[in-house]
Design a protein around this ligand. Structure first.
Ligand SMILES: [Zn+2]
Length: 155
């Protein structure tokens, strides 16, 4: 299979994928942010330069892109999707009574298998809290993420 180059707009990153020739024109999910990345032709590669083995879009201002945000150093070690300048530790905050009851409700929905994350993966009842903290929880079949408390407010 031939190797094709794809460019991810949010990450400003170029990556290569081995694809069957007939699928070369289709978008490929970016390995960093999972957004669809379009194939770039070798000619558009002139708009990129390589530094430290990473493709950089010209003009190269010496920064790196990490998940769509500019950072001054490359991520080293740890999880590939985490960067100290982007993933700053968030101080723990106490849940309000409304949030606790919302999470309990979500656990009930999750127990029925009706709770999914933004990638449509099912969330189990014990994952609800984490998913809620990431604001990454959707009830199956609900298009917009409307918080239960919000709905109550607008009723
Ligand atoms: Zn990306």
């Amino acid at each position: 299979m031939p190797l094709y180059e794809y460019y991810c707009e949010p990450c400003h990153g170029v990556f290569e994928e081995l694809r069957p020739m007939r699928e070369a024109g289709e978008a490929v999910p970016c390995p960093e942010c999972y957004e669809d990345a379009d194939r770039i032709m070798p000619t558009s590669f002139a708009a990129f330069t390589f530094r430290d083995g990473y493709p950089r879009k010209i003009p190269d201002d010496g920064t790196y892109w990490h998940l769509g945000q500019k950072v001054s150093t490359r991520v080293t070690g740890g999880r590939p999707n985490e960067h100290p300048e982007v993933n700053k530790p968030v101080p723990k905050k106490r849940l309000t009574r409304g949030e606790r009851s919302a999470i309990n409700d979500m656990r009930e929905v999750a127990a029925k298998g009706d709770l999914v994350d933004m990638f449509n993966n099912p969330i189990s009842p014990r994952e609800v809290k984490q998913a809620y903290d990431r604001r990454d929880v959707i009830k199956k079949g609900v298009p917009a993420r409307i918080h239960k408390d919000m709905k109550r407010k607008f009723r």
